[in-house]
Design a protein around this ligand. Sequence first.
Ligand SMILES: Cc1cc2nc3c(=O)[nH]c(=O)nc-3n(C[C@H](O)[C@H](O)[C@H](O)COP(=O)(O)OP(=O)(O)OC[C@H]3O[C@@H](n4cnc5c(N)ncnc54)[C@H](O)[C@@H]3O)c2cc1C
Length: 382
Amino acid sequence: MDRTYDVIVCGLGVMGSAACWQLARRGLTVLGLERFDIPHTLGSSHGRSRVIRKAYFEDPRYVPLLHRAYELWHELEAAAEQELFVRTGCLNLGPADHPCVRGILESVRQHRLPYEVMSADEVRRRFPAIRPAEHDIAVYEADAGFLRAEGCVRALADQARAAGAELRTNERVAGWNADDRRVAVRTDGGEHTARSLVLTAGPWLPVLAADLRLSLRVERQVPIWFRPLAPERFSVGRLPVFIHFLDDRAYYGIPDDGRSGVKIARHHGGATVDPETVDRTCTADDEADVRGYIRRHLPEADGPLLDATVCLYTNTPDRHFLIDRHPQQSNVLIAGGFSGHGFKFAPVVGSVLADLATAGRTDLPIDPFRIERLRIEAQVMS
Ligand SMILES: Cc1cc2nc3c(=O)[nH]c(=O)nc-3n(C[C@H](O)[C@H](O)[C@H](O)COP(=O)(O)OP(=O)(O)OC[C@H]3O[C@@H](n4cnc5c(N)ncnc54)[C@H](O)[C@@H]3O)c2cc1C
């Protein structure tokens, strides 16, 4: 029988699943539509782990959102009765005058977050797996670690369903149209209607919001898991999550939780791709780039490659998120362009979308994420 939902959510990666959870919790009728499974390995939310931290080099304005995200991850863990957030601490390494190191110090000081500054010698003593460069310092944040990524997506979807949301997988959204009272969404399974629409299509957002000509760039990324030569130095409890800012690039790592080896990856620096045609194999060049870093800074991680995956960043020109209303349709909400650092925010993004769908406004600080800046770019670039 036909029914009109309060909200339809298109795309159920981590953001869409979190939006369904937050919307259904508030008593709204919700239909979530996903073209693949929940989770799947073709978008941005798959793999074992994602870094979570508050000492935010990207901009101190993200910190209030992170406070709320931490609370919501904790609520999700309680509801799902499983550990999703593994607290290992996060060690941020780099030259003291590196803009990202300065950004971290600005965030921790402005928001009075607990932190510790270490010299390169101290890092070598406390975390013998890491060989910092001589001129590096480190900023250590204890209240940080990693999220079990696919476990989080499953838990968000399970809790959304438990709160009453209807989630359909393997149903692709072909298009939508809206007027002020109603949206109609066409899929390969039929047509669905709702009062509001949320677009959380990750790397496919430019297709589902094609009318806006958003300046988004999809970037290929290849995290790799290695079996360390000295495993005891790379395990959870011995090694924190780390991010290493070099002069012209950055790498990060996640310790071995006894299941999968140590994860090492470069942050950005990947090719611009189309999600439909991207090469989804780890190439010799992908491996050589990461091993080059390991040999200089983590020599005992240079063991056999255990696993690798291809994943996609969707970048805005300023690498800040896009969370806003459609400029012509106030009942259509858009969240995307998470630029390789969105996962840790997923439940608070869901909460913001639920605020906008129910009250038309949010108290959470989302001013930096307005759509207009991306449309202006699009006009300049055309
Ligand atoms: C290698 C890698 C490492 C990362 N590390 C971190 C990290 O350490 N910390 C951090 O905070 N963030 C990290 N990120 C970023 C974070 O993972 C992403 O910002 C986040 O997963 C984006 O989620 P999403 O829901 O927007 O996109 P996606 O997960 O891609 O979800 C979009 C969904 O929409 C669906 N969809 C698209 N089109 C349609 C359609 N027409 N019909 C129906 N469904 C559709 C897709 O199938 C997909 O499931 C990392 C990302 C990558 C790739």
